[in-house]
Design a protein around this ligand. Structure first.
Ligand code: NCD
Length: 476
């Protein structure tokens, strides 16, 4: 058993590398069957619901075609935000608990980060994340990996340059995890600071996969890109945030433009996600013939589409432009995924007993009091949805005590802590402390109570201890 049947697919990290490769291998097989003009009947009498609260052409289209090609049927909510009972104020959890009676698998696209996880928590049928806000888009990553593998024969050892809106582009978040895990070298080339890779993604790459992507230092050597004044040259820093503690990481974290132009095997361009940001940077990167000619290795050009102006039409005739291929591969790749999650087929894997990406087993913080996710676009902060969602965090206790929201994965550092088992059970010992005091490590995870501010702690009846005296900067 490969462990696919009945699973959800919310993050690319839900699958191990071996499982991802197995999906891609199966997609290959299914692709050749389709090429022979044959359909597969693996999912006859199975129904798939596509519940899309955001626009989509490729993702929904290829999911639906995939299910048709598998012999199944599709219940399509193309504009769930205006055509479903959401208009009447129905919550997502109610909608999915109704839909699971009509479908064997649910594919969800939603503007809120964490919506796919909530759907999976409530639905008894498998749920596939087709994009949740700026968080992740794991099935696009499967298509991206498949395209790279088809064209380059491998992923390991390639240098992949991610260009564009790395902050709000969800495809690059799922993709960077996968590239890191498959041993590619990733260069991040955000044309401005405001579109840089989020710190939460960088931190997760480091803590879970011990991986630091390189950042292209666009301020370093302007002469190299001389005439390329379409580029917005922002004084971007390499990834030398306080996160990176080892000195060698600091020096390795930056990459000059010259090195980037020389090494890149694959350029992955993304559009500015205007719908997710209040302000747009003044200028944005444009990959055209001129900029492409500066790259020494005739790289593959990829884009999840849709494109705006960041990818010139003149590149359509460049033989290594594969963005329409990426979209076409959506059908066999999603066929393989659907068939596996529905248990309609299976593949033998060698990783017996450890089928999923090895992840650190974090303790969870699930108390209803004290802490909220700092991300206003997280489903746990949405007025309608939060009525039934409890804040829930993974606890990272290695360095500074940090909570990672289980829905959107944003991190927050609580300012204050307390124990639910105060000393000798006496009320006068019901004290709170700074979260950076030694007590943060001493209090057992199951007893920890966390607060954003001292007033939150006091509102719960806790008094300041000696270790609450000096307020932590920016925490109150
Ligand atoms: C992407 C998405 O929706 O995140 N499109 C896609 O699924 N291929 C990219 C985008 O909208 O920019």
């Amino acid at each position: 058993m490969s462990g696919f049947a009945g699973r959800d697919f919310i993050s690319i990290n839900d699958f191990s590398n071996e499982q991802i490769e197995a999906v891609l291998d199966l997609a290959d097989e299914m692709g050749s069957t389709l090429e022979k003009g044959k359909d597969l009947e693996l999912c006859r009498r199975k129904d798939m619901a596509t519940l899309f609260y955001e626009p989509s052409t490729r993702t929904r289209g290829s999911f639906e075609r995939a299910m048709h090609k598998l012999g199944g049927t599709v219940l399509s909510f193309a504009e769930a935000g205006v055509n479903s009972s959401a208009v009447k104020g129905e919550t997502l959890t109610d909608t999915v608990r109704v839909l699971e009676n009509y479908a064997d698998i649910i594919v969800l696209r939603h503007p809120l980060e964490g919506a796919a996880k909530v759907t999976a928590d409530y639905a008894s049928v498998p749920v596939i994340n087709a994009g949740d806000g700026a968080h992740e888009h794991p099935t696009q990553t499967l298509c991206d990996l498949y395209t790279i593998r088809k064209n380059k024969g491998k992923i390991k050892g390639l240098t992949v340059c991610l260009m564009g809106d790395l902050r709000y582009g969800r495809t690059v978040h799922s993709l960077i995890y996968a590239l890191a895990r498959f041993g590619a070298e990733v260069l991040c080339w955000p044309p401005a600071q405001s579109v840089d890779m989020p710190e939460t993604v960088l931190k997760k790459l480091l803590t879970e996969y011990n991986y630091v992507p390189k950042k292209v230092k666009t301020d370093e050597d302007k002469s190299i890109i001389g005439k390329l004044d379409v580029l917005y040259i922002a004084p971007v820093q390499p990834y030398t945030l306080p996160l990176w503690t080892e000195p060698e990481r600091n020096s390795a974290a930056g990459f000059s433009i010259k090195e980037a132009l020389g090494k890149t095997d694959v350029i992955y361009v993304t559009r500015l996600q205007t719908e997710r940001r209040a302000q747009s940077p003044q200028n944005y990167i444009v990959l055209d013939k001129e900029l492409l000619s500066e790259f020494k290795k005739k790289p593959l050009v990829m884009h999840p589409l849709p494109r705006m102006n960041e990818l010139a039409y003149e590149l359509d005739s460049y033989p290594k432009s594969v963005y329409f291929q990426q979209a076409a591969y959506g059908v066999p790749v999603r066929m393989a995924l659907i068939a596996l999650l529905l248990g309609a087929t299976d593949i033998k894997l060698t990783e017996r007993g450890r089928p999923f990406a090895s992840q650190i087993a974090y303790e969870e913080y699930e108390r209803a009091i004290g802490i909220q996710c700092p991300n206003s676009n997280c489903i746990s902060n949405n007025e309608r949805e939060k009525r039934y969602i409890l804040p829930d965090f993974k606890m990272l206790r290695d360095e500074a005590l940090t909570l990672r929201c289980v829905y959107c994965e944003q991190e927050v550092q609580p300012g204050y802590i307390a124990s639910s088992e105060w000393h000798q059970g006496r009320l006068e010992n019901k004290k709170y402390h700074r979260s950076d005091s030694h007590l943060a490590k001493k209090i057992k995870a199951k007893n920890l109570i966390l607060f954003n501010s001292s007033s939150d702690a006091e509102a719960q009846g806790f008094k300041p201890s000696f270790y609450a005296q000096t307020r932590q900067m920016g925490k109150d």
